[in-house]
Design a binder for this molecule. Structure first.
Ligand code: GCU
Length: 431
């Protein structure tokens, strides 16, 4: 492996997080919010105005929804850093028998002392994307880059880790190497022309109930010691990490910046969907069995599915503190998850669900996609046909896609085949 020390200091466009149209304090307190039994109409603004054009949607309702999701659920993202420093610390141009190039990239995005992201990037050496560059999937992994492949040269993840394969005293060890390789189909993606980028979600903030850990304290105003009620949460922080990976990827001349697809499984699928909603550089998103707090509805009708109360109790750090007010009254939310999908319009979205994963609410996820249709229609796009029945291993939809399988809560080769099919479909559509 060639070790190189390319250092890139990337100045970033400040347009990723456009100024919000309403000040935080202008939003109603929980008590003042009306009860809305069904999914709220994505095309009616908080003050009751109806949106009929994509111009109105983009000028008024889309920014309003971004504001609402941050205020009541995920917490406010800090602004994008003015610059990140990305160091390519290792590069192997002869990876996977010469089919691919592997890069290890360290991305610093916060002030001195803030944790950094270690991105593993595998790129096909035969490029088919725009300008001879490779389209790319980017997603978080649960247990460190060293678990995504058997490659012994990948450094162990540095940060705090939940108990799991090869984890000792909340630290990664060599015993974890390759234990999640089945979830990361690098070679399959490479053979079909796609690059894959991944990093450990705990590189940004650890997955534990400590709002003073990881990157959190580095993004607070001076003197503030504890998380505020609308401060970003772990899912927000992981999504922010994906944005920083995209900062790097859009600067890498091997990557087709127009075709970067975010993907993620379960909690990391929630973060991937949020990341796509808040960053238009992401061309499309795959949320694999993300469920409650991501692709699953908060107004839950499935008795076997996770509820807002349950998720807020088991994982209090995933959402901002304000979200807990909705534990027993989800009908007071001024949005549901279809509005998060709608924010992604006109970009494609894929939800993959499984019959044995009722916890993530397969039918609820399907309904969430259908309810985003009216916003895609503003762009002249068919989202997903509500009359088309979900059937095992069938990819439903035109821009909003649903895929249902008979299996469990998992990521398999068959799922990757669907992700790749989805991405290819939309690359063709955008040519
Ligand atoms: C738990 C949690 C889910 C989450 C899942 C995961 O089951 O309740 O919300 O999606 O973990 O991330 O694996």
């Amino acid at each position: 492996m060639t070790v190189c020390r390319t250092m890139l200091v990337l100045a970033l466009a400040s347009s990723i997080f456009p100024a919000m149209s309403v000040a935080a304090d202008d939003l109603p307190a929980f008590e003042a919010l009306p009860v809305i039994k069904e999914f709220p109409d994505p095309l009616v603004t908080l003050d009751g105005a109806r949106i009929t054009t994509k111009e109105q949607w983009e000028a008024k309702r889309r920014p309003e929804l971004k504001h609402l999701f941050q205020h009541y659920m995920y917490g406010y993202f800090p602004s994008a850093p003015e610059r990140i420093t990305a160091k390519v610390v290792a590069e192997d141009k002869n990876y996977l028998g010469g089919k691919a190039t592997k890069k290890l990239v360290n991305i610093a995005f916060g002030p001195e002392g803030c944790p950094t992201i270690d991105l593993l990037l595998v790129i096909p050496n035969t490029r088919q994307g725009t300008g001879g560059r490779a389209p790319c999937f980017v997603g978080l992994n649960f247990n460190g880059n060293h678990t995504t492949t058997d490659d012994p040269t990948i450094p162990l993840a540095k940060g705090w880790m939940r108990p799991g394969a090869g984890v000792k005293d909340n630290k990664a060890t060599d015993a974890g190497r390759g234990t999640s390789a089945g979830r990361w189909e690098f070679e399959n993606a490479i053979d079909q022309g796609f690059a894959v980028a991944t990093f450990y979600y705990g590189d940004v903030v650890p997955d534990k109930n400590d709002r003073n850990a990881g990157a959190f304290p580095f993004f607070r105003p001076a003197g503030q010691k504890e998380a505020g009620p609308h401060e970003w949460s772990a899912i927000g922080a992981w999504a922010y990490g994906i944005h920083r990976a995209v900062d790097y990827l859009t600067s890498d001349s091997d990557i087709d910046a127009k075709h970067i697809f975010a993907l993620g499984h379960s909690r990391n699928g929630k973060a991937a969907l949020l990341a796509a909603a808040f960053d238009d550089r992401i061309a499309g998103v795959v949320a694999n069995m993300a469920g409650c707090g991501g692709s699953g509805p908060s107004r839950n009708q499935n008795p076997k599915a996770e509820t807002v109360k349950r998720i807020n109790t088991s994982f209090p750090h995933w959402f901002c503190d304000t979200f807990k007010a909705f534990n027993d009254q989800t009908e007071k939310l001024p949005f549901d998850q279809h509005c998060l999908v709608a924010i992604c319009a006109p970009r494609p979205v894929l939800f993959t669900a499984a019959e044995q994963d009722q916890w993530a609410n397969p039918d609820g996820q399907h309904q969430v996609l259908i309810a985003a249709n009216p916003v895609y229609a503003l762009y002249g796009l068919k989202g997903i046909d509500p009359s088309e029945k979900a059937d095992f291993n069938k990819l439903l939809g035109t821009t909003l896609h649903y895929h249902y399988d008979p299996g469990k809560h998992a990521v398999t080769k068959a799922h990757w085949d669907v992700y790749i099919r989805f991405a290819k479909l939309h690359m063709k559509a955008s040519k």
